[in-house]
Design a protein around this ligand. Structure first.
Ligand SMILES: Nc1ncnc2c1ncn2[C@@H]1O[C@H](COP(=O)(O)OP(=O)(O)OP(=O)(O)O)[C@@H](O)[C@H]1O
Length: 264
């Protein structure tokens, strides 16, 4: 394995991590290891702390307690640029107010890999092009992102993460704004990335997308309780009903559970 490849394989983990939600008592400490090849789904009701966790994992918010590690190195000691080569985040709400084209936006993903003031080269352009194509937005490459629809913007944001090409992909509601076809296309893309060795960790509101595509699940309760593990152990109707305070009926489709809210 050469140095470049080994830099791509640094696993993100947390030790006794307590996220900082203002005014709330400490939640259950999280000991997560987001392994290469794994696809994690984070589930929980509004306000449970999913976005706060993602921002904490991305180093954008300080935890109340505990530490993040890349392999055995505390993230707090790493340069932002080195960290950004390992880990990237697609935000839930982007401002996108900056008047950049779709191609320019995707190329922002290359910044962690370039030295200051270094121009993007042919390889960077080719990576951006491939990512835009994979997300079905290449035909929009010369459009200003401010002119795009919600779903198109979401796909450009994911393409930007793909262009960044970190080992660990954090995504906050990646299927937001996407039509059914593009939801499935994005989940398939993430599955392919995991099969290629990336680590995927995403918040999802759609329980059934999580049941179908995720192999690991973290359940976050609003009172700070949390549990995590392989999907088949976590996606238990009783636990999910308590999580969402909503009764569910369960059917099986293509060998995976499918959860339907019961009528009230
Ligand atoms: N800067 C802040 N000041 C005060 N409270 C905050 C701040 N940021 C977040 N919160 C609160 O922290 C809690 C967790 O928010 P977070 O966005 O992490 O939840 P979430 O699980 O992602 O919710 P949703 O499903 O609605 O996206 C919420 O009650 C929110 O109001």
């Amino acid at each position: 394995m050469n140095a470049m490849q080994s830099r791509h394989m640094q696993t993100l983990s947390t030790r006794n991590l307590v996220i900082d939600i203002p005014g709330r008592v400490d939640g259950y400490p999280l000991d997560l290891t987001i392994g290469s090849g794994q696809i994690w789904g984070v589930l929980g009701p509004n306000g449970a702390g999913k976005t706060t966790l993602l921002h904490t994992l991305a180093g954008l918010r300080s935890p109340r307690a505990g530490e993040l590690y890349l392999e055995d190195v505390p993230v707090s000691g790493l340069k932002r640029r080195v960290f950004s080569q390992q880990l990237g985040l697609v935000f839930q709400d982007r401002q996108d107010g900056f008047p950049a084209t779709v191609m320019e936006t995707a190329l922002i993903g290359r910044h962690p890999w370039l030295s200051p003031w270094q121009m993007e080269g042919a390889d960077d352009l080719a990576m951006a092009q491939r990512a835009l194509e994979a997300l079905d937005v290449l035909h929009l490459k010369n459009r200003l992102v401010t002119t795009l629809s919600g779903g198109e913007r979401q796909r450009v944001a994911i393409a930007t993460l793909m262009t960044q090409s970190p080992h660990t992909w954090l995504l906050d509601e990646p299927t937001n704004h996407l039509d059914l076809h593009h939801q499935v296309a994005v989940m398939k893309l993430l599955t392919d990335r995991a099969a290629a060795g990336n680590a995927i960790f995403m918040c999802l509101h759609d329980l059934n997308l999580a049941a179908r595509w995720c192999d690991h699940i973290l359940l976050m309760y609003p009172n700070g309780e949390a549990c995590w593990g392989p999907a088949e152990r976590m996606l238990v109707p009783n636990a999910l009903e308590r999580l969402y305070n909503q009764q569910l009926a369960t059917v099986e489709v293509d060998g995976a559970p499918f959860f339907v809210p019961k009528r009230v």
